[in-house]
Design a protein around this ligand. Sequence first.
Ligand code: KOT
Length: 830
Amino acid sequence: SLGSDSAKAERMFRLMDGFLKNDSISLQQDILRHVEYTVARSRFNFDDFEAYQALAHSVRDRLIERSHDTQLYFKRKDPKRVYFLSFEYLMGRSLSNSVINLGIRDQYADALSQLGFEFEVLAEQEGDAALGNGGLARLSACQMDSMATLDYPAWGYGLRYEYGLFRQVILDGFQHEQPDFWLNFGNPWETERVHVTYPVKFYGVVEEENLNGEKCNVWIPGEVVEAVAYDNPIPGYGTRNTITLRLWAGKPSDQHDMEAYNTGDYINAVVCRQKAENISSVLYPDDRSFQGKELRLKQQYFFVSASIQDIIRRFKEAHSNFDEFPEKVALQLNDTHPSLAIAEVMRVLVDKEHLGWNKAWDIACKIFSFTIHAVIAEGLEKIPVDLLGSLLPRHLQIIYEINFKFVEELKKRIGLDYNRLSRMSIIEEGAVKSIRMANLAIVCSHTVNGVSEVHSELLKAKLFKDFYELWPQKFQCKTNGVTQRRWIVVSNPSLCALISKWLGTEAWIRDVDLLTGLRAYAADPDLQQEWMMVKKVNKMRLAEYIEAMSGVKVSLDAMFDVQTKRIHEYKRQLLNILGIIHRYDCIKNMEKSQRSKVVPRVCIIGGKAAPGYEIAKKIIKLCHAVAEKINNDTDVGDLLKLVFIPDYNVSVAELVIPGADLSQHISTAGHEASGTGSMKFLMNGCLLLATEDGSTVEIVEEIGADNLFLFGAKIHEVPNLREEGSPKMPLQCARVIRMVRDGYFGFKDYFESLCDTVDGGKDFYLVGSDFESYLEAQAAADKAFADPSKWTQMSILSTAGSGRFSSDRTIRDYAEKTWGIEPCRFPSDG
Ligand code: KOT
């Protein structure tokens, strides 16, 4: 009975002496207890890494308490929940973020110093959780932080890859990839839920059976793999709410193996078991080139099937009628990668729950929403029909059925316009017949979101024009945002303190719009002075890191000019490097007396190239070759340095971004769906040098064109410029390309194909045609930097205008307009 249950709970609570305490002595005791009993080291003898592990475990205990409270509360209130399905999450480190969100960072720092340790030093011991490629994956991580902070009843679902994104190692200037076996030393943040497992089925055949006089399809699978849940707590800031990121790992299934054992082939059976773990073993490192590999499809279904089983189980615990499903469940598809969920929901509702097709479809159409991050049709995922048919035969049938009904309906609406019908069909006919995952997602979702204003407009005007004309109300915009907790509070504590001091409150950490309050002081010499000091401190940290990584000493008086992001032709790191060569060439050819007028620069480039992306790898090599030349030229000295920061990841970003004066977001217009790096730099008072692409257009709206350096062709001009081709190649660009071709930086044969992309007749990414305008923007940046007060004012206005680019704003918008969910806050002060 309830009475005895609560009596039992009460007794337990007393035995445990209530909740964990956060005073300095309790924290010290907890850390030491974990040193002794969890890490199993003597409390008299442990190193920094062991201290970090014990510290992390003590934080984990506190997270678990809160996550239990949150889950229990959600269960009691039973609100509509959102389930965020993403194939990738770039969480980075958890320690600092957790203690800050828990509101006990200072207490921990104090406890540690009593024990003779420094919080910052231990925090450095933690490796990154890098279960994703780039922007899309870090966006998921930022959005989880916002969902927790804003008290939304949300769950994240994903895959627990054993190998995250490869580590980038540079040898002789060339990128090499090394495996990131990040679980080597255990992962204190996750909890394995051995009882939360689901069978996931593959292969086999579909047979028609007769069930109480009705025909139904039964899938007899050929392979079963068990999915086991690993829960990662996501604490909100200024709230007790702590939500869960549930990641699935593959485990051998006993169901499947019985047969093998019975046939007597014991050794082979054990070896086969091992194969199950392969499903979740490695993250695909190509962000966007689509390859149609079976393992990838297996990963997608594995993740989707386990998540849907979990969601339906939770629903059924409290409800018996699927009519209520759309009132209790919203499913968010983060790009097309999880969109097999649509077919899976249909399969479960029709084949397992025995709902009629129309009813099931009606439910599916009410629960799914879809966000797309791609810009061009070539980036869209297509799954060969043969592959899907062999791996998931029942799902192929279901997708055909969905498509048949959709096309029938479409014919009624638009008539027999066969071109349009074939463009909109979920099935693409052709040499390789395939499933267009984006079309499937659009057909079933009630909302299709782009990730910036221009991107959302492009979707309507180009990529999904046909669908927009059919269902204009489906198409919306949710401009991306990033979390100020990670990107200011965790990564830039001095700026955080400065902002709070001048605003007279820390409330902006939950209510980022308050940052606009800084505008009033942008010209105040006192704030400017303090602002410059903060930047100096962060540049110092970065300079130390650069020297440790590359041996290059850089001057703190120079402008730190940063471009860090995945290496892609469209992001135009090549334009940046050619610009640097031009700058170098100018300095070399200058009268010595003129050199004192040059604004000194430290150019910093970082990012990973997909392992098979040859041109991107050549860009990395070119960067190193040019750096080698410039950094060793005594003529140039501190006027120009170029450094490549290896293995750019979340924790490196936390160091680099606060230390940047200028950052470059220079994609060919129309190619960057949004861009989120720019928002992190903006928050940290870094000025942007950018093209009018993605979310930069909205950044301009917020801070004004005077406060950043814009250049280059606009989106609508790009097609014409492409037509014109390289006759428009400016002399300055031709000259620097010539230097590379002539072997000025060595490796002339190797760089040939890279140079061809610019002057080979196509210049698809308009490096040549944007070159002059790029140099002008760079000159304007130099000029502004020479006036520290002006520059600092622009910097303050950048931070002040960054509020719109918080993921809190994005998530609130999703919750209200797309998911229809409301906050569900555990009643306490956090
Ligand atoms: C992945 C697969 C297919 C097509 C595109 C992608 C993709 C896009 N992966 N990451 N992105 C980036 O997503 C970010 C978050 O929305 C954007 O800011 C950025 O512009 C995309 O390139």
